[in-house]
Design a protein around this ligand. Structure first.
Ligand code: IMP
Length: 207
């Protein structure tokens, strides 16, 4: 596997401020600096694939080719068991053009109510994050992490982003919206995918 050297400048192939912030937190201890696709005026490609991995690849390759730098993308979302895995790759789109996640969470809740999903067991869900590291020459590698739990209502906490306020990870008492960033990073889907990326692509003595 091709390694990233310490000091490498990476493009974070995302326009989502929540993800950019979390990826920056994760790479900082490895001596890497990151610039976001938005800061380089790189457009956001349309997510035309039907899997997290497909969309992660598409976004990372787009930014790597446009910038000439290695690019790290994240395609992620919430999968709700009772909804057959929805919203899944459409998690961002459920928030509509205004990116209103109160609206998206309400839609998830309404669909769960239609299925009479009231107890934690029938409200099982997971967050999945798929990271892709792509190089300007077209090489790309994908890493996936998941965290399992169930959905609560009403949503709780203002600290995270997206669907965080309604997600309670197994064994926790605070939702992702109520947790401090470090506590979320200790168990999150993104941190798990990131650990696989670190093991494969970084010289661990950098950390
Ligand atoms: P995409 O990967 O750009 O298609 O967007 C994924 C969407 O999934 C985000 O806009 C969030 O709504 C949701 N999502 C992904 N990761 C998280 C997370 O860590 N917390 C809350 N919501 C998330």
């Amino acid at each position: 596997m091709r390694k990233l050297e310490a000091g490498t400048r990476l493009v974070v192939a995302s326009h989502n401020p929540g993800k950019i912030r979390e990826i920056n937190d994760l790479i900082r201890p490895y001596g890497m600096s990151a610039v976001s696709a938005g800061e380089l005026n790189i457009s956001e490609p349309e997510e035309t694939e039907t899997t997290f991995a497909g969309n992660a690849r598409l976004k990372a390759l787009h930014s790597a080719k446009a910038s000439g730098l290695p690019a790290l993308s994240d395609d992620s979302g919430l999968e709700v068991e009772a909804l057959g895995g929805a919203p899944g790759v459409y998690s961002a789109r459920w928030a509509g053009p205004a990116k209103d996640f109160n609206y998206a969470m309400q839609r998830v809740e309404s669909e769960l109510q239609e299925k009479f999903a009231r107890d934690p067991e029938s409200r099982r869900a997971n967050f999945t994050a798929t990271l892709c590291l792509a190089w300007p020459d077209g090489e790309a590698e994908v890493f996936e992490g998941k965290v399992f739990g169930h959905l609560v209502w009403p949503p709780r906490g203002e600290k995270g982003f997206g669907y965080d306020p309604m997600f309670l990870a197994d064994g926790e008492t605070l939702t992702f919206g109520e947790m401090e960033a470090e506590a979320k990073h200790a168990i999150s889907h993104r941190a798990r995918a990131f650990a696989l990326f670190v093991a494969a692509c970084l010289d661990r003595s950098d950390g």
